[in-house]
Design a protein around this ligand. Structure first.
Ligand code: GH3
Ligand code: MG
Ligand code: MG
Length: 432
């Protein structure tokens, strides 16, 4: 749903393009878009999308075009929209045109087009369409089953997985906290009667952590005593279901709750402008990763990235253009870090990233590549062209084993990067 928040209004007439960083490894093979256009437009669009790690191919490229989910078709190149029609059977087709004539729209819909994109093509808009097209009906929801009866648990798991949910099972409730931190379920199905601990106590222990206070918990039990049911409800269990459970009924209940939980979670953790994690959610993830690194000895780095002289962009071009720069930067970050990295909008024009299993030195290379890609992006507004840069401070979890230490070390490094003239990356090194 956040993709809408990421969309740029074409009224702003803002576009960007620039040179591709030669050494960039931002391109990944599955991020491909089909473009149907004249040779020269094709070249220009290829160039623009490359900045965001997107690859362009032509619709004639046979099997390579098979798995592609978005196609951009210029109606000037395909006036009868025949190519549009045939592509629409395989993927989401967007017509690249400034024509908003209603008759044209009717024809477009008739020929299978799913949207219109203004010219010049804007990479951020293409990316948010790509995200939408990839999204399936079932949100990416995770369910954790805690039950000492492994056989029953795996029967439930199978049924839930069949309807597209991701499922983890633990038979020992004492592993609940660690598993929740690692797996981050949207919903927990909890047996009550377990040899190691009572399910109701386990649920209460989980809820002692404010981060999991609203994690939905469904209790399953063959014990059917009214007072236990009431107790379960009191501590915030969403449901109490009697065992043996009809699997179809369970799937229906879980599915409904998981969808709602995912929607709620997104509302709570996402930043409205960029769709990235918000400040609070970032802090929670940081705590989780620190706990995890204590258990597993895995290390990570934290990067704080702050746009340079951003106030003057707002002052010169207006707040809306400033917002678009923030959205563009967020899109570049999303498409440049690995999927496992945790990216957040930390404050106004400041962003924070947790780079898992990466030393500050390794992270520095990644961030420098992004820095170089970003400084080449050319923005244009009100007839002027301009570039924006950012500065970054990095700190590692090995030398800063607490939340405060990590964030303040990264902040000190960011301050050094600013003092050093901006548009650079600094690592905070421990004194002595
Ligand atoms: P520095 O290089 O030292 O970071 O300078 P700066 O101008 O970027 O930093 P400063 O903290 O002085 O200004 C940040 C500006 O960012 C001020 C604020 O109005 C603007 N800002 C914060 N949030 C948003 C936002 O959501 N949208 C827009 N357009 N501007 C924002
Ligand atoms: Mg700034
Ligand atoms: Mg700032």
């Amino acid at each position: 749903m956040k993709a809408s928040a990421m969309k740029i209004s074409s009224k702003e007439n803002l576009s960007f393009h620039g040179d591709i960083d030669e050494g960039s490894t931002l391109t990944s093979p599955e991020r491909t878009v089909i473009v149907v256009d004249s040779e020269s437009n094709l070249k220009e669009i290829t160039h623009k999308l490359a900045e965001f790690g997107l690859k362009v191919i032509s619709h004639t490229e046979g099997t390579r075009a098979e798995s592609v989910v978005v196609a951009l078709v210029n109606p000037e190149y395909d006036p009868q929209l025949e190519i549009c029609k045939s592509l629409s059977k395989k993927c989401k087709v967007l017509l690249t045109t400034n024509d908003r004539n209603f008759e044209f729209k009717i024809k477009a819909v008739n020929m299978g087009a799913k949207g219109l994109l203004n010219l010049p093509v804007n990479a951020v808009e293409v990316l948010s369409n790509l995200e939408d097209a990839r999204k399936s009906d079932m949100p990416d929801a995770r369910v954790l089953i805690i039950d000492d009866d492994e056989l029953t648990a795996s029967v439930y798991a199978l049924a839930l997985e069949e309807c597209g949910l991701r499922v983890a099972i633990i038979d020992d409730p004492l592993r609940a906290q660690a598993t929740i931190e690692d797996f981050r379920p949207d919903l927990v199905i909890m047996d009550i009667d377990m040899p190691q601990a009572n399910g109701i106590d386990v649920a209460q222990a989980i809820r002692l952590d404010p981060a999991y206070m609203s994690l939905p918990i469904m209790f399953l039990s063959s014990i059917y005593q009214k007072d236990i049911q009431e107790l379960a409800r009191e501590i915030g269990g969403d449901d109490f279901i009697k065992k043996p459970v009809d699997v179809n009924y369970l799937v229906k209940m879980v599915r409904m709750r998981a969808v709602r939980a995912v929607e709620l979670r997104q509302l709570m953790v996402q930043d409205g402008l960029t769709g990235l994690l918000n400040h609070v959610a970032f802090k929670e993830r940081l705590t989780g990763e620190l706990n995890r690194s204590k258990r597993t000895l895995a290390t990570f780095s934290v990067a704080l990235l702050d746009l340079d002289h951003f106030k003057s962009i707002n002052d010169t071009y207006g707040h809306q253009v400033g917002d678009t720069v923030i959205q563009t930067f967020a899109t570049l970050l999303k498409n440049s870090f690995r999927n496992i990295d945790i990216i957040a909008r930390y404050g106004g024009e400041e962003f924070a990233v947790i780079l898992l299993d990466a030393t500050p030195e390794q992270s520095e290379k990644t961030v420098n590549r992004i820095r170089s890609a970003f400084e080449h992006i050319e923005f244009s507004a009100a007839g002027c062209k301009f570039h924006v840069t950012f500065s970054c401070g990095l700190a590692g979890s090995v030398t800063n084993p607490s939340e405060e230490a990590l964030l303040s070390a990264a902040d000190v490094a960011l301050y050094q990067a600013k003092a050093n003239g901006r548009n650079c990356v600094r690592i905070q090194r421990p004194v002595g």
